[in-house]
Ligand binder design. Structure first.
Ligand code: DP6
Length: 387
């Protein structure tokens, strides 16, 4: 008798931290040394998509990521084991947690772009597995075991990851501050830099920072607790000036910590610095905060701004950093070609091709369960791309 496989497919979004997570107090449990706050981006433009299934007939766990069979990693297996342990606590799990699983996952945005994909990936994996077993309630603690920042991608909108105090990590989880519709005018421009340099991974970088940076200790103890409260207030009040200023300061302090680390981890490139400078000059000439920037462990700027200011900022980014024509991707938003009178005011180095393209997007909701026609695995648990 052939058994009917239970298949679940989910998508999960990317999130961008405006108060950065950098540094762990427990490497294995992935417990941070400070709180962080992020904005979840719309899945429309960027998401991970994952199908999971389990069967008594599978002899081993198998996972395909972006069409490649993965060797087992300690992160992946510890995340999987945590979900299974949780499923075993259920009175009647929808699927037997002892069965081996098949997982097929892909991103709808180029991984080569160097955009953090592990947050969306692990949030998606955990969401799909929880749905498979019938695990209800918070899933951020489980997602955290895959990658710290992933715990924030299980919620939409504006999200707070509380570091928690317990040694077992059971209080280190994410909470939604507000759904995406709280700030409907907000837009996000992901500036994808042309850069192929091999970067220190976040995990290695933050480990070195914890061991060597005095500034990180000061940041975690003295700066972030106050800044987190201010950011929560700025988001609640939709006070863009306050939001923008804190976001810039926190990104720059994070990169100062990277510089203070031994050996230093350098994530920004010349284009990153010119994009930051452009944003500061736009704000100065306008006499108000038009835009704000933040950088993760890479050279790509993430710019937050209000919808009405998108055409001007896009035009200036194109003038200073584009090479070809296909510069704007994602949501179709109007662009205002920058005039000579405008551009001549700026003291910004023009780096043609410094940015490959800009993805226009906005805050969005958390993971979603998709219909059966979206499955990446067939009824035998084989990836459809192999057929
Ligand atoms: C700079 O979540 O990728 O993006 O927990 O080791 O997997 P691990 O690290 P990861 O670190 C993200 C660091 C950051 C800041 C942030 O997203 O808060």
């Amino acid at each position: 008798m052939s058994e009917e496989l239970r298949l679940v497919t989910c998508t999960a979004p990317v999130n961008i931290a405006v108060i950065k997570y950098w540094g762990k107090r427990d490497e294995k449990l992935i417990l941070p040394i400070n709180d962080s706050i992020s904005v979840t981006l719309s899945s429309e433009q960027m998401h991970a998509k994952t199908t999971v299934t389990a069967s008594s007939t599978f002899l081993e766990d198998k996972i395909w990521l972006n069409k490649e069979l993965q060797a087992s990693s300690s992160r992946l297996s510890s995340c999987l084991e945590e979900v299974r342990a949780k499923a075993r606590q259920l009175e009647a799990p929808a699927v037997n947690p002892d069965w081996k699983v098949r997982i097929c996952s892909e991103n709808n945005f180029p991984t080569a772009a160097g955009l953090a994909s592990s947050a969306a990936g692990y949030a998606c994996l955990v969401s799909a597995l929880c749905q498979l077993y019938g695990i209800k309630g918070d899933t951020s603690i489980l997602a955290r075991r895959g990658s710290g920042s992933a715990c924030r991608s299980v919620y939409g909108g504006f999200v707070h990851w509380k570091m928690g105090e317990r040694a077992d990590g059971e209080d280190s989880r994410a909470f939604q501050l507000h759904p995406a519709c709280h700030w409907p005018e907000m837009r996000v421009l992901i500036c994808v830099a042309s850069d192929t340099r091999k970067k220190t991974s976040s995990s290695t970088g933050m480990k070195n920072s914890v061991q060597t940076s005095q500034l990180l200790k000061y940041r975690a103890e003295e700066i972030v607790p106050k800044r987190t409260l201010e950011m929560i207030e700025a988001i609640k009040e939709k006070d863009f000036s306050k939001f923008a200023q804190i976001t810039i300061k926190d990104s720059n302090q994070f990169h100062a910590v990277c510089q203070d680390t031994y050996p230093p981890c350098v994530y920004l490139n010349p284009t990153s610095h010119q994009v930051s400078s452009l944003v500061h000059q736009i704000n100065n000439f306008s006499g108000r905060f038009v835009a704000t920037y933040t950088f993760d462990a890479g050279p790509n700027a993430c710019i937050f701004l209000m919808e009405k200011d998108v055409p001007k900022v896009l035009g200036l980014l194109k003038y200073f950093f584009a090479e070809g024509d296909e510069f704007v991707r994602g949501e179709e938003l109007p662009m205002e070609e920058a005039t000579e009178a405008e551009t001549s005011k700026y003291s910004v180095d023009r780096i043609a091709g410094g940015l490959k393209y800009v993805i226009c997007t906005r805050p969005g909701e958390g993971p979603e369960v998709l219909a059966a026609d979206q499955h990446l695995l067939n009824n035998q648990g084989e990836p459809k791309f192999m057929q």
